[in-house]
Design a protein around this ligand. Structure first.
Ligand SMILES: Cc1cc2nc3c(=O)[nH]c(=O)nc-3n(C[C@H](O)[C@H](O)[C@H](O)COP(=O)(O)OP(=O)(O)OC[C@H]3O[C@@H](n4cnc5c(N)ncnc54)[C@H](O)[C@@H]3O)c2cc1C
Length: 521
């Protein structure tokens, strides 16, 4: 064991490793990248995190840089939870600390998983309704702020978080809260990093008034840095939104207070198939105002591909060979919506099928619901690595995107079967790649760049549903206007002047570095 790991092990209650086997375990995530860290730390408490950050900060002040990357369960698809310095994993920060049943409030450590939290909440009939991987941690969810399939109905993770506790770059702790004018003035005058953050951010907002006014006209504002667009230091301010989607670049989230809601009943499901997108879209447009919990659309080729894994999905979609499938979930109480959908049977084209959940088709529908698990199934030599996942395209332009994809498919020789949430306008493409092929890097890069081009052409946003990480940043950083880039760089600098917090992601991402770190298997 090296000197640093030994020193840090004396410093904290948790553990620090630098053995090759452990480092290798933290070198990959769900993305196409592999970056081996030099150290892996498993803190046991906020105090441990503070000591680790203070250590890195003091070294950085002496120009010895150990970049720090936070990691929850390592499910990131864009390489934002791997790094070449110290990985701080929150896997031991997974306790439920307090709960108030009457107020439906719960205080947790950031490393608790969605499954652990929802299991604990279910005892009191409560839940956090996020449609996501059950292993994702609350800290990871906040830091990625994905626009999940339920988000248009239930609001996404941001809707349920009341406060966060963040360890700052220098090891100080910031607890978010809405500060009124007087408290803000008091806080901003403190000679601490927290004080300087409030002070400098408020000056930044004043200085960039006209840019912020311009940005307010666009779709920016839902995520991390762009939330500065709607921040107003005039009356009151809460810094919490800045940490949503910030991918561990502004601080380490250690504790979170969430407000839960009553458990949702199992929904009623509906599946319909169409042999062309135009008719599918008409159907989607009828369903959307009925406020389904989930409203997804899939290129029907995904069913065919999934059937190769042994699944028999033909029970649901047997007639249609080419085209699109719509999958919707409705609250049980929406029986009028379901009646209205059933009445559509008369007007749907003959080639279409419509299946509404009943006791007879429950099992087949459940099998259908797991469609993507089979689709994403890896083979030994090929992987559906995520490059263009969770991008935003406005509904009105989805047909245009599908036409553009046909052209791209021919050009690249990849099967570009689109799927995603029509209600959240959030879509994915996961073609197969041979990672050990000598042309992999070139093909993958062309796919990201040309895919991003057509998404933008159709009025979409590459990082519209989940943040850039290292992979999407290949494109998003080049695309960002210089004034916006300078504004975000200034925010980063206010929080992390030595750039030790996840330096290679978001603004700090470097396309050449990312491409060089594509893994071979
Ligand atoms: C482009 C993209 C699309 C995705 N799409 C979906 C989706 O549709 N549905 C879905 O459920 N999931 C999706 N994911 C995955 C998922 O959003 C995240 O991986 C998950 O939210 C977090 O899981 P995790 O605990 O594994 O966090 P990790 O993957 O380990 O970390 C995610 C990010 O959060 C940071 N982070 C983790 N913990 C902390 C902390 N305590 N403090 C500060 N920063 C921290 C990491 O540095 C990293 O940047 C997507 C991810 C990306 C990038």
């Amino acid at each position: 064991m090296g000197k640093i790991a030994r020193y840090l092990n004396q410093l904290i209650v948790g553990s620090v490793f630098d053995t090759p086997d452990v480092l290798e375990n933290y070198a990959t995530d769900q993305s196409a990248l592999r970056i081996r860290p030099k150290l892996v730390a498993l803190p046991e408490s906020t105090d441990d995190v503070r000591k680790l950050m203070r250590f890195c900060y003091q070294l950085a002040a002496k120009e010895i840089k150990i970049p720090v990357t936070l990691r929850g369960s390592g499910l990131d698809e864009m390489g934002a939870d791997i790094g070449n310095g110290m990985v701080i994993s929150t896997e031991r920060l997974n306790r439920l600390l307090e709960s108030d049943k009457r107020e439906r409030l719960v205080r947790v450590q950031a490393g608790i998983t969605l499954k652990e939290l929802n299991t604990a909440l279910s005892v009191n009939g409560l839940t956090i309704p996020i449609e996501g991987h059950e292993m994702e941690t609350i800290g990871g969810l906040i830091s990625n702020n994905p626009y999940d399939d339920y988000a248009s109905k239930f609001g996404g993770i941001m809707h349920y978080v009341e406060r966060v506790e963040v360890v700052l770059a220098n090891g100080d702790v910031l607890q978010t809260a809405r500060l009124g004018n007087r408290s803000l003035k008091r806080k901003a005058s403190e000679k601490t990093l927290e004080g300087s953050i409030y002070n400098k951010l408020s000056q930044l907002v004043d200085k960039n008034e006209s840019l912020l006014k311009e940005m307010r006209k666009g779709v920016a504002g839902r995520y991390g840095y762009p939330t500065i667009v709607t921040a107003s230091f005039k009356k009151s301010i809460d810094l919490m939104p800045l940490f949503f989607g910030a991918e561990g670049t502004l601080g380490v989230i250690t504790e979170v207070i969430l407000r839960a809601v009553p458990i949702k009943q199992k929904p009623h499901r509906v599946v319909a198939t169409f042999d062309n997108f135009k008719v599918a879209q008409n159907f989607l447009d009828v369903l959307k105002p009925m406020k389904p919990r989930r409203l997804n659309v899939y290129d029907i080729r995904i069913i065919k591909i999934t059937e190769e894994s042994g699944k028999k999905l033909g029970k649901i979609a047997s007639k249609t060979k080419n085209g699109f499938v719509v999958f919707a979930e409705f609250e049980k109480k929406s029986s009028s919506a379901l009646r209205k959908i059933a009445s559509l049977r008369k007007v749907l084209p003959k080639s279409s099928e419509l299946v509404i959940e009943s006791s007879k088709n429950k099992a087949a529908l459940s099998e259908f619901e797991n469609l993507l698990i089979g689709f994403e199934n890896q083979t030994k030599t090929e992987e559906r690595v995520p490059f263009l996942t969770d991008f935003y395209v406005p509904s009105r332009n989805l047909g245009g995107l599908i036409d553009d994809l046909k052209v791209l498919e021919e050009k690249l020789g990849l099967t570009l079967a689109l799927y995603g949430s029509y209600s959240a306008s959030n879509y994915n493409l996961r073609p197969k790649f041979k990672l050990d092929d000598k042309n992999f890097s070139k093909l993958a890069t062309t796919f990201v760049r040309t895919g991003a081009f057509i998404i933008k052409r159709q009025g979409g946003e590459l990082a519209g549903g989940a943040p850039e990480g290292r992979v999407k940043a290949i494109v998003t950083n080049d695309d960002m206007p210089s004034d916006k880039m300078a504004l975000y760089a200034a925010i980063k600098n206010i929080f992390d002047k030595y750039e030790i917090l996840n330096p290679g992601v978001k603004l700090g991402a470097d396309a050449t570095y990312t491409i060089r770190h594509f893994r071979k298997k």
